[in-house]
Design a protein around this ligand. Structure first.
Ligand code: 5RP
Length: 240
């Protein structure tokens, strides 16, 4: 029985699309691989499926992109290692908040963008798994998360405000949201900045900005669940 069958009747199309994309990504996993494990709900489906395969004898090691994913992977018996223990990941599988027609992405809705970008950067192949709502013509309806160090959050926020980015300091209940690396996140409106590569470089040049959720040129394979077409679409992209 499929591990998700127990609640599939109640599943929305979006959840089915996420689940189907996650299943399709598992086809790329081979024995002996070191796999980067993404964060977020789509990645969670993938990690659960991977855990099932590991319990049936698949031998892989995982590198988790967040503490949350690490806990889930451990609970499922997926062996975890640190990034420093390997020269590169064989595969990194993760979700996204938006993917545009050039295969550039906004990520970090779940707050794990820093480790996610480090894993994507250090992987031989990146597979992105999404539901169909994430595919957009142009990035920017989703607010771009920017990870910053707490020491300078007020000055960076002011600089972003002057740039027209309408920064909002992310909160968690009544508290400022803190990332796994103990940083803060500013969620920003980038619609005035259509040159995303340039914007990324401009933001990264500001002292105290640690990383942005703009993932430029990181996708090798995009897997998108599409319930309207009753299939999962797979797009291959040649990174420049
Ligand atoms: C977390 C991320 C996630 O990949 C992104 O937010 C997508 O999440 P979901 O699969 O829940 O829609 O970047 O930092």
């Amino acid at each position: 029985m499929d591990i998700f069958d127990c609640h599939s009747n109640a599943m929305t199309n979006t959840e089915l699309e996420k689940q189907n994309a996650a299943k399709a990504a598992l086809e790329y996993v081979k024995n002996g691989m070191v796999i980067g494990l993404g964060s977020g709900s789509t990645s969670e489906y993938m990690v659960r499926l991977l855990g099932k395969r590991v319990s049936h004898g698949l031998q892989v090691s995982g590198v988790a992109s967040s503490n949350r994913t690490a806990s889930l992977a451990k609970s499922l018996g997926i062996p975890l290692i640190n990034l420093g223990e390997v020269a590169a990941l064989d595969l990194y599988i993760d979700g996204a908040d938006e993917v545009d027609s050039d295969f550039n992405m906004i990520k970090g809705g779940g707050g794990a963008l820093l480790r996610e970008k480090i894993l994507a950067h250090n992987s031989k192949r990146n597979i992105i798994i999404i539901d169909s709502s994430k595919k957009v013509q142009k990035l920017g309806v989703f607010k771009l998360p920017v990870e910053i160090i707490p020491f300078s959050h007020k000055s960076i926020s002011e600089q972003f405000r002057k740039m027209g980015l309408n920064p909002v300091l992310r909160e968690n209940g009544n508290q400022i949201y803190s990332t796994d690396e103990n940083n803060f996140i500013l969620d920003t409106d980038i619609r005035k900045y259509p040159e995303h590569d340039l914007l990324n470089k401009t933001l990264l040049a500001i002292p105290g900005v640690v990383e942005t959720g703009l993932f430029i040129n990181y996708v090798d394979v995009l897997i998108m669940g599409n319930q309207a077409l009753e299939k999962t679409e797979i797009f291959h992209h040649q990174r420049s």
